[in-house]
Design a protein around this ligand. Structure first.
Ligand SMILES: [Zn+2]
Length: 487
């Protein structure tokens, strides 16, 4: 921002210097013209010396000049002849000799070169610039947009009528959409018309609108290019993997992806203090500062002397070093670690008291109340319900047109019906609700609505989902990630 203020000022400065130059050159011409005509016909041409005198006084009176510096050059040029014309009658009649004296001094100076001596020129320039700047500062405005602001509301703060914003928006409709937090900086010209407007659209973009002629603005779009860099972040786990990755600046989504990708190889929650990890990230930088945008390309973790990797393929999914599936297909059980089966799947099971056949349509895992239930495959939650006289709290998830899974006796569901979930996400905490003789998780696997044995069913979708070429690319990528993530 400050830089643009400065640029704008510099531009103004340059402009006024050019104006001053034009002014002095015009003056010089008048002087020479005057002299020549004097030499030729001294008595008959009273007009020209009069011009010179008038012009000369203006030039030698800095305060007067500086106030003119903010007017446009065309007006300034027009002013000199206009004034002389107006005054010619009175001057030519009175002090002809005095004028001659004055003109001679001026001619001496002009003869040294085509402009004022450097010192004088600098002094005049400084005065012009100072006056110009002082004037500018009083006419520059800045504002941070709040919700609901329209351009006219913003410009109104400097006393501009709606017309200005209408003209701007007619040419540049994007100005209709100001957003909260954006900054606007603008300058009014000497006639209190909008001359320059700088709209900081985002960290990466600003748009500048400059008055070219009455009612016409030119636009300039400045965009800052960001750079994407690969970085390797290394550390030792302190607290949890989540906390450690968070400390490195990874966001929750990225951490979830990595946890999901890793938890099929290693129990992420068992990772402990001192386990090493290294993460390969591609991050966006703007002016050497992180923008917060980034992607996790790979992670390497060591636990009990074994290395575990999750490496992203071009399809966005994470795989181990061999390109084997990590997050796709069905996991055998909906639990993070192996649990004892307290009652197997059994379509012919008999009730121990009544002796009647009561098929056991699922498998019971003996797990303490509060054990996380992990979704074994991507799916959509079909139902979250409660049956006091039976299943207790239970959840049904649909994984495709063909497959469903069911979870019963839960203590706490963590999802809602309709939610779309990825394999590996926690959907509930196990419990002992409904008709149940102890803490356990009852898990069913349905194919076309019919319960099958979850422990023996041929699980669908266990290939990597990568074609041959994709897989080849992945293996190259994995090799390079492995090299970068060495401890
Ligand atoms: Zn059961």
């Amino acid at each position: 921002m400050a830089q643009h203020v400065k640029l704008a000022r510099d531009r103004r400065k340059r402009k006024s210097r050019i104006k001053a130059m034009i002014f002095f050159v015009a003056l010089f011409c008048l002087v020479i013209g005057g002299l020549l005509s004097l030499k030729h016909t001294a008595e008959n041409t009273p007009l020209d010396p009069a011009d010179n005198l008038d012009g000369q006084y203006q030039a030698l009176t800095p305060t007067q000049s500086s106030t003119q510096s903010t007017t446009s050059s065309t007006e300034e040029n027009a002013q000199v002849p206009a004034k002389t014309h107006h005054q010619q009658g009175s001057i030519d009649a009175t002090s002809y000799d005095d004028e001659l004296l004055g003109i001679d001094d001026e001619v001496d100076q002009v003869d040294l070169g085509d402009k004022l001596p450097e010192d004088a020129q600098n002094a005049v320039d400084d005065l012009l610039a100072a006056a110009d700047q002082a004037k500018r500062i009083s006419d520059q405005f800045s504002y941070t947009v709040v919700r609901g602001d329209k351009l006219k509301d913003v410009l109104e703060m400097s006393g501009l009528e709606d017309e200005t914003s209408q003209i701007l928006i007619a040419s540049y409709p994007e100005l209709k959409n100001l957003k909260a937090g954006q900054q606007i900086y603008w300058i009014l010209d000497n006639e209190n018309e909008l001359e320059y407007l700088n709209w900081l659209v985002s960290e990466k973009e600003e748009r500048i609108y400059e008055l070219k002629e009455k009612g016409k603005f030119a636009r300039q779009i400045l965009e800052k290019k960001s750079i994407w860099k690969k970085d390797v972040l290394k550390g030792k786990i302190e607290g949890s993997l989540r906390a450690s990755l968070n400390k490195l600046g990874l966001d929750n989504r990225q951490i979830n992806q990595l946890s999901t990708a890793l938890q099929w190889q290693v129990n992420v929650s068992s990772l402990s203090k001192g386990d090493n990890f290294a993460v390969l990230v591609t991050r966006e930088y703007l002016d050497n500062k992180l923008t917060g945008q980034g992607n996790v390309d790979a992670i390497h973790i060591t636990h009990n002397g074994t290395s575990y990797y999750a490496i992203q393929a071009d399809n966005g999914r994470y795989y181990n070093r061999q390109g084997e599936t990590i997050g796709k297909g069905f996991a055998r059980t909906p639990l993070q670690r192996q649990a004892r089966i307290s009652s197997p799947f059994n379509p012919a099971r008999r009730h121990p008291v009544t002796g009647r056949v009561r098929p056991h349509k699922g498998v019971d895992f003996a797990v303490p109340i509060g054990t996380p239930v992990i979704l074994p495959a991507d799916g959509v939650v079909e139902k979250v319900a409660y049956q006091a006289g039976g299943a207790g709290r239970y959840i049904v998830v649909r994984h495709s047109r063909v497959y469903q899974t069911v979870y019963m006796h839960l203590s706490k569901p963590l999802v809602r019906a309709g939610q779309s979930l990825k394999r590996g996400e926690r959907i509930a905490l196990s419990g002992n609700t409904g008709i149940s003789t102890g803490a356990h998780l009852h898990y069913e696997f349905h194919i076309n609505g019919r319960a099958v044995n979850p422990m023996t069913v041929k699980l669908p979708g266990t290939n990597s989902g990568m074609g041959d070429k994709e897989r080849k690319n992945f293996l190259v990528k994995a090799k390079s990630a492995e090299r970068l993530l060495k401890f």
